[in-house]
Write a protein that binds this ligand. Sequence first.
Ligand code: AMP
Length: 170
Amino acid sequence: MKKFEDLINTYKDFPEKGIDFKDVLGILHEPKVFNEIIMSMSASKIIQNSEAIISIDARGFIFGSAVSLISSKPMIVARKPGKLPGEIVKQNYNLEYGEDSLSIQKSSLDKFNNFAIIDDILATGGTVGCVASLLSKNDKQIKGFLTVIELINLGGRSKFNFPIESLLKM
Ligand code: AMP
């Protein structure tokens, strides 16, 4: 079985010069490693203490939906612009490269009071911060954030006062 960290490919200068893009999709080529990651995330207190999971577009969906299945916690999604029908709540944010916004369907948000947030990578923290402020604005509690990879040099973790767990620090 290949080691977890050997499955993460780094692409220099993608999608822009100066960015070392960490590609997590290689994990999916090794289902045993993927399984270990999902089991570890599902066992986290952050998940156990949450009513529901909120997964971030798009690679967060891969990990979030598998954790939802294993932990039997419902999942809702935070999506990029123009993807969700119905009434939405929306927030803009800054990325390590560029700017974007995330939206959540109000009807799905209304069903739950507290959430575990899941994404593939914590970089600057702009993305998870966007979801956190959407949740706070709507009087929802954040039990914590789970990510597969944490890019420690970017210091994203220091921006938050909720628990953060990452499986691989790079
Ligand atoms: P950030 O908002 O800076 O914490 O970035 C987190 C989000 O952007 C995650 O959804 C990642 O998928 C993506 N991302 C940011 N930086 C990188 C990177 N260096 N390599 C791969 N994905 C990244």
